[in-house]
Structure formats: C-alpha cells, structure tokens
Design a protein around this ligand. Structure first.
Ligand code: CTP
Length: 401
C-alpha cells in the first residue's frame, strides 16, 4: 500500500525522534520514497546524516541551506506538493500548537501549511503536558482540519514518570497509516477469489499433463484487488510467482480436482470471483501408482474430462460477480459471448490468440471485457499489471459505482 508513495516525514524535537530511524527503515522497506524535514531542535536528538543515509535523500531543515560555495533554497511548496502523505513524528506540543494556529516560523511548519495531502501526526510529550487543556484543544483543532492523530501510548516516559505520552512505535505508526488509507479504497471489506496458473494432471508419480500458463495474470489480478482494499484468496496451480501483500492468501494446488475443491471452499463468502487459471480440460483416466516403464514401442493414455470449475461456480452463483477468461482463435466475440451465457457469468475477458502479445506465457496481454449486456470494452496491448487494473475498473464500475 505504501509502495511507490512519496512520504514526507517531519521530525520535531522530542526524545522519541531517535525512533524515527526505524520508521524511515520501515517506510523504505515498504517501497516508499521518503524525504525528511527536520526542525533545528530535532537534529539534537537524531542525526541528519543517519536519516539521509537511511532515506537515501538529503535531509532539510532550513529555508536556505549553504554548503561550500553553493546556497540552496529549500522550496516548502514543492516539498508539500511532492508528498502523497505527510507524517509528523514525533509531534511535540510546541509544533502542534503552531500547526493549529498557522504559525510558520520554520521549514517544517511552512511545508505543513503547503501540503495538500493527508497529514498524520504522532504526539509525544510528558504525561501532564499531554493532558493539559491547551494540548487537548490543539489535538481537537488539528483533527478538525482533517489531520489524522496517531495517539500516544502509555508507558515509561523520558522523565521517568509513567503515563500517556509515548510516541506510538514505528510499526504501529505504519499500521495506523495503512489502515486509514485503506478505508477509502473501493474494494475495502470485499472478498475476492481468483484462480491462477496451470494445473498438472498426473500420469504417474513423475509425469504429468500440463500447459505453459505462467500464472502471472492471476497474480497481477490478486495484487491489484489487494491494493484496492480487498481480502484476496488466490488459488494457484504450480507457478514461480509469490504474492507480496498481506491481504492475499495463496492456496497452492496442483491438479484440476484440487483447484475445484479449493475454489468451492471459498466461493460462498466471495464478492468477486475471477477464474484466470488455465485448467487442464482432460486428465488421465487412471494415474499409475508406479513410474511407467518404456517397455512398449507405443502407448496410449486414456483421458477423461476434468470438472469445469467456472461452469460449476456459475451453476450455484448467488450474489458473486463471476468473471471468466476465454482464449479464442476464431469467431472470438461470438465464442466468448456464448461461454459467458453457458457458464452463467457476469463478464468474460476475451484474449484472442490472433493478437500479438496476448494470452499466457508473456508479460503482456490484450483483452476485451464483455458483460451480460454484450457491451464490449477493448483495450490496447498492456502489461498484465495494467490489464488487471482495467479489469477491476470495469468490475467496480458495474458492481460498486
Ligand atoms: N475453466 C475452469 N475449469 C476448467 C476449464 C476452464 O474454471 N476445467 C475456466 C478458465 O479458468 C477460464 C474459462 O473457464 O476462465 C474458459 O476456459 P477455456 O478453456 O478457454 O474455455 P472452455 O470453456 O474450456 O471451452 P473451450 O476449451 O472449448 O474453448
């Protein structure tokens, strides 16, 4: 959720400033771009060099900064507009009261006033300061501006006293920010089920019938759904890909029968279901229990149909928005529409093998999104990550807009 986000960290002069080194590391680990603006007193508690090294960006604290023969103007407006979100941690009583009154006597405060993004602040101070009516009034005022307060916690304070006033721990600051950001996401509270990858149908203990599906399209769909706020179950056949999001649970399966079982286990609870797997249509009638020896000059393997997972889900559909894929080589649109009807789908994603770069194996795909009204939305050739975004935009437009 924080990957690729521009995060501006404002650090003010409290002892908890030392903890911001860990916060910066966590933000960088989460894939964020971090810039830091520091008040003069904060630099007495945490080294700008440490912060610059961890954030991989110069740390700024003055409007005008001279180094050798050069003098730079640190533009607070540019910094404020660069940020996708600003976190002020620790936020001292002094800085917060200035934020609340529009005081602007340092670079951090000027940047705060210029920032149009969501602003989070994590108060830190001694317990009596935290309880003081003027502090309480300040906190309420900042919240009324739409700023998000990350409450201080209770514990031992730098003064040696015990009570409320400790800055939230870096991990908790990150969780708070993530939770708050996710509330505005379009698939928050929704459950998405996705099938992905190939299935392997065993011939004997060492051989199988499979296909070249990489699973990438399904994994990109899962990542996209998770980024949009959904809880995702990804039922995947054998693949080299891994899911990199806390909200994705991967259920690993091998055969069509296992995929059928897993998909049915999670189906009833799901709001959106996308079958992107390239399920084997046939499996060996009998699976040899021992490795088959090459004693004969030729051999036949009897095949029987696998269960059509998507069809079976369509038959018991209640409120789920059910989407299938169709890989076609001729009469593409007609075949896809017929599949949509036969399998009782809400939409079908058509790949034509006549389009270069479409289908499975590669990193790109070219799709048409067809719904039950026969509305056809055709997209350009794109990366599978971008195709996933297009697919969810179409679903959200039809189901949740
Ligand atoms: N599918 C499935 N279970 C199967 C076969 C297919 O869930 N046993 C799903 C795929 O995940 C895909 C859709 O059905 O979403 C279309 O699969 P495809 O193989 O293209 O079409 P079929 O319906 O099998 O028809 P045909 O092979 O005749 O084109």
């Amino acid at each position: 959720m924080l990957g690729g986000k521009n995060i501006l960290l404002g650090i003010t002069g409290g002892i908890a400033a030392y903890k911001t080194t860990f916060l910066v590391r966590l933000l960088i680990k989460a894939g964020a771009n971090v810039k830091i603006v520091l008040t003069d007193s904060a630099s007495a508690f945490v080294s700008p060099l440490t912060l610059a090294t961890l954030s991989k960006n110069p740390v700024v604290s003055d409007f005008v900064q001279s180094e050798g023969h050069t003098t730079d103007w640190n533009n607070h407006v540019e910094l404020g507009l660069w940020a996708d979100l600003m976190i002020i941690a620790p936020a001292t009583a002094n800085t917060m009261s200035k934020m609340a009154s529009g005081n602007c006597d340092n670079l951090l405060l000027a940047t705060y006033l210029s920032a149009k993004c969501p602003v989070f602040f994590a108060p830190a101070m001694d317990l009596d300061m935290y309880k003081h009516p003027s502090t309480l009034e300040t906190l309420e005022k900042l919240k009324s501006f739409g700023n998000f307060m990350i409450p201080a916690t209770s514990g031992e304070l730098a003064s040696g006293l015990h009570g409320e006033g400790r800055m939230a721990e870096p991990e908790d600051i990150i969780s708070f920010v993530k939770k708050e950001l996710s509330l505005g996401l379009p698939l928050k509270g929704k459950k998405v089920l996705i099938t992905a990858g190939p299935t392997y149908e065993a011939i004997d203990p060492v051989r199988f019938i499979g296909n070249h599906s990489s699973g990438l399209m399904g994994f990109e769909l899962a990542h996209c759904a998770a980024k949009l706020g959904a809880e995702v179950v990804l039922v995947s056949g054998p693949t080299k890909y891994t899911a990199a999001h806390d909200s994705i649970a991967v259920i690993h399966v091998v055969s069509a029968d296992e995929m059928y079982k897993a998909a049915h286990t999670y189906y009833a609870d799901s709001n959106i279901v996308i079958c992107a797997a390239a399920v084997a249509d046939y499996k060996p009638k009998v699976q040899a229990s021992q490795k088959i020896k090459k004693s004969q000059s030729s051999m036949q393997i009897d095949l029987v149909k696998t269960k059509d997972i998507l069809l079976s889900l369509g038959e018991i559909k209640k409120d789920q928005y059910l989407v299938g894929f169709a890989l076609e080589t001729e009469n593409e649109v007609e075949n896809a529409k017929a599949k949509l009807k036969r399998k009782n789908l809400d939409a079908i994603i058509l790949n034509s093998l006549n389009d270069k770069g479409a289908g499975f194996g590669g990193n790109t795909n070219k799709i048409s999104f067809i719904d039950t009204n026969s509305t056809i939305q055709t997209f350009e050739l794109k990366t599978k990550a971008d195709v996933a975004v297009d697919i969810f935009n179409e679903i959200i437009k039809r189901r949740y807009a």
